[in-house]
Each structure stands twice: as C-alpha cells, then as structure tokens.
Design a protein around this ligand. Structure first.
Ligand SMILES: CC(C)(COP(=O)(O)OP(=O)(O)OC[C@H]1O[C@@H](n2cnc3c(N)ncnc32)[C@H](O)[C@@H]1OP(=O)(O)O)[C@@H](O)C(=O)NCCC(=O)NCCS
Length: 137
C-alpha cells in the first residue's frame, strides 16, 4: 500500500471533507510515531506517542464497504499499538458521521468529549467533533 493508494481510497471514501493528498500521507508515514494498517480497499493511519494511540484516519473504498474490513483494520491496529506500548486509544469523529460512530461504538469506544465546530464543511458550515476513547487492550 503506497501513499498514492491511500490518497485514492481516502478521496473515494471522504465525500464530505477535503481528501488528504499523496504528499500528506507520505509526510505522515515518514514520522517514526506513525504507522498504517490495511490495504488499498481499507486502511487506517495511527500515531502512538507516550502510551496513547490516536487514529488519524480510516477509510474503506465505497466498493468494499459493509464487509467488515474496517472492523478487521481496527482490531489489527489495536494489536499493533499494544505491541508499541499503547494503553489507551482515542479518535475524533464528526458528530453527524453515523456510520463511523457505529463502527467505533462496536469496537468498544465511548464518547469522552466534544470539540465545537472542529470540522469545517464550507465557509459557513462547521460541525462538532466527538472525541471517543477506549482502553487497550
Ligand atoms: C466508516 C467506514 C470506515 C466503515 O467502513 P466499513 O469497512 O464499511 O465498516 P465495517 O463493514 O467493518 O462495519 C462495521 C460496523 O460499522 C457500522 N457501520 C459501517 N458502515 C455503516 C453505515 N453506512 N451505516 C450504519 N452503520 C455502519 C455497522 O455497525 C457495521 O456493522 P454491520 O455491518 O454488522 O452492521 C466507512 O464507511 C468509510 O470509509 N467512511 C468514509 C470515511 C470516514 O468517515 N472515516 C471515518 C472518519 S472518523
């Protein structure tokens, strides 16, 4: 899975927000705290620092959604993060992203806080982020 594969899947999956570029993925992967899990159908990017794992992004290509791929990728990155010493996982999700909230809920995450207006949708519209977390393992 290359940064170009990630950018293509990200662009296909994220229809309501700005897709991340190949260069952004490449830069993120050059950080020693960051790792990727999955393949061009579904992948996640994670950062582990000081015992805390943060999900930076996860995307399943629309041609492959609802087949359990994101669930598999979530389980795989949890294991990898635990091996790197993580004891807690957290993430941000747009308050109106019901598919992702359902995925995270099924993966053991609970709401932990809210960031008002965190995601810009347009010049006029923004949406809150819900912070979710779970212990690892
Ligand atoms: C969220 C996303 C990653 C889920 O990927 P996926 O591979 O389809 O997820 P899974 O098949 O593993 O689904 C696991 C569970 O999540 C929930 N879920 C996933 N998609 C859903 C949808 N469209 N509507 C409602 N619940 C959904 C369900 O509980 C599902 O279990 P079920 O299929 O047994 O009902 C995918 O929809 C996506 O890429 N969305 C666009 C990008 C995005 O929003 N990323 C998250 C940003 S925080």
């Amino acid at each position: 899975m290359t940064p170009a594969d990630m950018a293509a899947t990200h662009k296909a999956a994220f229809t309501q927000s700005r897709p991340w570029s190949e260069t952004e993925f490449s830069d993120l992967l050059s950080n020693r705290f960051t790792f990727a899990v999955g393949d061009a159908r579904c992948f996640a990017l994670i950062q582990v620092i000081a015992g805390e794992a943060e999900l930076l992004t996860i995307a399943t290509h629309p041609n492959h959604q609802r087949r359990g791929l994101a669930t598999q990728v979530m389980n795989a990155w949890h294991s990898h993060a635990i091996n790197q010493g993580a004891e807690r996982a957290f993430l941000d999700v747009a308050a109106d992203n019901n598919p992702a909230i359902a995925l995270y809920d099924a993966c053991g995450y609970a709401p932990h806080g809210r960031r008002p207006g965190y995601y810009k949708r347009s010049a006029k519209e923004s949406i809150d982020a819900i912070v979710m977390q779970r212990p690892l393992p």
